[in-house]
Design a protein around this ligand. Structure first.
Ligand SMILES: Nc1ncnc2c1ncn2[C@@H]1O[C@H](COP(=O)(O)OP(=O)(O)OP(=O)(O)O)[C@@H](O)[C@H]1O
Ligand SMILES: [Mg+2]
Length: 330
């Protein structure tokens, strides 16, 4: 290794956590360079939160090691806790107090003077578009406002490493965009961010590198471009009219696009990664010449489901994941 260990904000080696007979985290390796955003992408139940909890000293690994800026999470938890922030913690502060009061208390706990705390709170509320809501009690906040306030609270201490566990799940597109800006701001001002997400586009927008995690294991790792290359830049989806033609259609598609197609569980539907949309015309002609008729055809940006299908060879089969599918405008 040419890099000194302090180049790494986070290193995980073979992390394992078993609940009963469920290997929730099953040998996870991660390396996060300081000053970057690292995305951990995976469906419900993949082991994202469990991984974070071990790295944030909230849960003891059954085996493997985690280091934060070179400090072992099991042997040096006190040092590690000074180096990290975990969103969600802040939400446990008093619900009956206002956003402003919560930020003031948080600032004071971190050793700021009353005047500094007041300035800091006002500045953060402004930056997060919460000035108007500043005097409202937290219990009246929407999910999006609450999460922005969580992030604002992380900015007071501005720890070197911030864990964000699904910071935008369930938020509307505009609020998501604001969260993304905030996360970029955190990194611009010196923090390292590890975020988990179920959304490929979020990892794409934010993360310098991404680990795809499935059933407790890292199944792919790389930059967004590298991952997209592995699933194609977009994905072709089609359904043949006669399901008996499915196998033939799949072979033709694989030959025409030069890729490995993937049959979805619903037999007559075919999903294939596609780097070059120009080839579609040739493909359609070939299908017609083979006498294969189509019921449906569409071209979409890759979704997490396709990343999974392509990388793991099986769909992200948790039933919940169907409800969280990305909505990509056609
Ligand atoms: N405290 C616990 N006791 C028992 N099983 C648990 C516990 N925490 C998590 N699990 C199980 O471990 C697996 C991984 O859960 P985890 O919460 O880490 O997934 P996740 O990737 O964060 O999912 P989500 O996207 O739904 O938040 C799941 O099968 C879950 O049911
Ligand atoms: Mg989780």
């Amino acid at each position: 290794m040419t890099n000194p260990t302090t180049d790494w904000a986070l290193e995980a080696d073979g992390l394992v956590k078993v609940f009963g007979t469920n290997r929730a985290v099953d040998g996870v390796d991660l390396q996060v360079r300081a000053g970057t955003v690292y995305g951990v992408l995976g469906p419900n139940g993949a082991g994202k939160t469990t991984t974070i909890n071990m790295l944030a000293t909230l849960l003891r690994p059954d085996s493997g090691t985690g280091r934060i800026f070179g400090h072992d999470v099991v042997r040096e938890p006190h040092i590690v806790r000074q180096l990290i922030g975990v969103t969600g913690q802040f939400a446990s502060v008093d619900e009956t107090l206002s956003a402003n009061e919560n930020l003031m208390i948080f600032s004071r706990l971190l050793g700021l003077s009353r005047t500094e705390a007041r300035t800091k709170a006002a500045d953060l509320l402004d930056r997060f578009g919460l000035t108007e809501a500043a005097r409202r009690p937290l219990k009246d906040f929407s999910g999006g406002m609450r999460r922005r306030l969580d992030l604002a609270a992380s900015l007071i201490a501005q720890p070197p490493l911030i864990f964000l566990d699904e910071p935008t799940t369930g938020l509307d597109p505009r609020t998501r965009g604001q969260m993304w800006d905030t996360i970029r701001e955190l990194v611009r001002t010196g923090s390292t961010v590890l975020l988990t997400t179920q959304y490929l586009d979020e990892a794409d927008q934010l993360a310098d590198r991404i680990a795809v995690i499935d059933r407790g294991r890292v199944v792919a790792e790389g930059t967004a471009d590298e991952l997209k290359a592995s699933v194609g830049t977009s994905s072709l989806q089609l359904r043949v009219r006669d399901s008996a033609d499915t196998e033939d259609a799949l072979r033709i598609i694989e030959r025409a696009l030069g890729v490995r197609g993937a049959l979805s569980p619903e037999a007559s539907r075919i999903t294939a990664p596609m780097a070059d949309a120009d080839r579609i015309a040739d493909l359609l002609i070939t299908l017609r010449e083979a006498g294969i008729h189509l019921a449906e055809m569409s071209v979409q940006k890759p979704t997490l489901d396709e990343v999974f299908l392509t990388i793991t060879g099986h769909p992200a089969e948790d039933t919940e994941s169907a409800a969280t599918r990305e909505e990509v405008p056609a």
